[in-house]
Design a protein around this ligand. Structure first.
Ligand code: BG6
Length: 499
């Protein structure tokens, strides 16, 4: 059963403007929305539907790719949009929102609610929808991340949501799962016969997962101060990537089997002792720096709505171990950070070296075979392997074999939010996080937050904006190895790395 109305709580907020409105426009452009489908943005601000359409038009011209923007299509899309003022904390207001939905839907509304509000409201809105009689078996709800502030709040939020909606109606969104290349990890692993036999502790030395950005918090100080890198990126996006790399092949690609395998990975994460948290989890915060041209980049503590003595982490690097048959002893290194030299998200599978060094010149190259799965920029995959340099002697050199999505010719990888909203409208939940997965992930990460809170001696390292984070993050890598420098793996986007 398809939803015929989408209600966006937090309708005039940043997420709605940057991601949701453009994603819905793309679905409209591809004729993936039903003729009668309507979108109702709601919030406390007093805005007429007319003015909201202007705000949306402005957002579309700002956030859509130029090639996607089409004046005529924008015009027809805006006709689907409405704005209704309502305080989500007031049942009376929520009721009047319900009356509005009845009025514009023309028939029985099958509503998809989208919570794009501050997380504190996630615990209030579901109950108010229920009290206002606005929940039926055809309703659905999308909840943005971070889902929970810690383990206890995640359990509480799950309880609240499930007291109003059934698990099938709840869609916990993690937009990384809507990215084409993220889904391609599954194709790479399970549609090819050549990788899976090597995909284990016998052949893989370590796995690196990097998701860094070359920007700060973009005016989201109020949100970020209470979030930090662990809650914003690691507990959801990065652990999700780790799960896709580490999961066992599901017996079928359906929502139950696929999500069962994800949960199994989370349950296999080896709990960190207090000592390991101090040793293997490195947090940092960017401090001021000066770029090559002399331009000053301000520190995190100078950002708007940030406490001048804030201890919120804007960088996190850690070593994760998985206790299971396939991965025992293989470290997974994950790192994320704001104000780094480039925006890149990639996974590197480092294979073990050959057992015998036949070519003396091979010893000079420290890197063994690598499979790089790049989520952005230049979505694609690179396999690095050794070849002989033509000519006399036996010089060995590592070369990349590269696939990028733009080579598929004409097939564009879609936007993550469009894909996920479309799935939700169709009631498909495989790419959304199940309640047990959220809790299993929090069971692993919650002790880190507790340790930071209880032990102020755990350092928060400063790193100059535009660098690869605190040097201390190198310490967690075992042996004579280092974090890869993603700038070296990018072939035609080196401009990002000039800082
Ligand atoms: C969001 C985080 O979930 O993901 C942001 O809240 C972050 O802080 C963003 O910038 C990164 O997503 P993407 O798709 O731009 O890599």
């Amino acid at each position: 059963m398809k939803s015929n109305i989408m209600v966006i709580f937090g309708g005039s907020g940043d997420l709605a403007k940057r991601k949701l409105i453009p994603a819905l426009y793309m679905l409209h452009k591809k004729s993936l929305l039903e003729q009668s489908f309507k979108i109702v943005a709601t919030g406390r601000s007093e805005i007429s539907s007319e003015s909201y359409r202007s705000i949306a038009a402005e957002a579309l011209s700002q956030y859509l790719k130029k090639s996607d923007y089409d004046e005529k299509v924008v015009g027809s899309f805006l006709n689907r949009l409405f704005y209704k003022i309502s305080d989500p904390e007031s049942v009376i207001d929520v009721k009047s929102l319900g009356e509005f939905l009845d009025k514009i839907s023309g028939n029985e509304p099958k509503v998809l609610y989208y919570l794009a509000t501050p997380p504190s409201l996630y615990e209030i809105i579901p109950g108010n929808l229920k009290s206002a009689g606005m929940v039926s078996s055809s309703s659905r709800i999308i909840v943005e991340k971070p889902f929970g502030y810690d383990l206890d709040s995640a359990i509480r939020m799950n309880d609240i949501l499930r007291s109003v909606f059934s698990e099938k109606q709840i869609f916990r969104i993690d937009h990384f799962l809507g990215k084409e290349t993220v889904q391609n990890i599954l194709a790479l692993r399970f549609a090819n016969g050549i990788f899976e036999p090597l995909w284990n502790r016998n052949y893989i030395d370590r796995v690196e997962i990097t998701a860094v950005e070359n920007m700060g918090i973009e005016g989201r100080g109020g949100f970020y101060e209470n979030t930090g890198a662990l809650r914003d990126m690691v507990q959801n996006h990065l652990v999700q990537l780790l799960a896709l790399v580490a999961m066992e092949p599901p017996i079928a690609f359906n929502e139950k089997e696929f999500r069962n395998e994800i949960v199994k990975v989370y349950r296999s994460l080896k709990p960190l002792s207090k000592k390991e948290i101090e040793k293997n989890v490195i947090r940092g915060q960017y401090v001021e720096s000066f770029l090559k041209g002399g331009e000053r980049v301000s520190s995190y503590r100078e950002e708007k709505s940030v406490n001048p003595s804030s201890t919120t982490e804007t960088f996190l690097a850690m070593k994760v171990n998985i206790s299971n048959w396939r991965w025992d002893g293989v470290p997974f290194y994950i790192r994320t950070g704001k104000q780094m030299p480039t925006k890149v998200t990639e996974i590197i599978i480092h294979f073990k070296p050959t057992p015998h060094k036949l070519f003396s010149s091979r010893n000079e190259s420290p890197e063994q075979n690598q499979l790089i799965i790049r989520l952005q920029p230049n979505e694609g995959a690179v396999l690095k392997f050794d070849v002989k340099i033509p000519g006399s002697g036996f010089e060995i050199k590592q070369v990349p074999m590269e696939f990028t999505y733009d080579k598929l010719g004409g097939v564009q990888s879609g936007d993550a939010y469009s894909r996920l909203i479309e799935d939700c409208l169709n009631g498909e939940s495989a790419l959304f996080t199940r309640s047990d997965a959220v809790e299993a992930s929090w069971i692993y990460f919650d002790p880190i937050l507790k340790s930071w809170k209880l032990n102020e001696k755990i350092p928060l390292y400063g790193y100059p904006a535009g660098t690869w984070g605190p040097e201390e993050s190198e310490i967690i890598i075992e042996g004579q190895k280092h974090w890869s420098n993603p700038c070296k793996n990018l072939t035609d986007t080196d401009k990002y790395c000039e800082l």
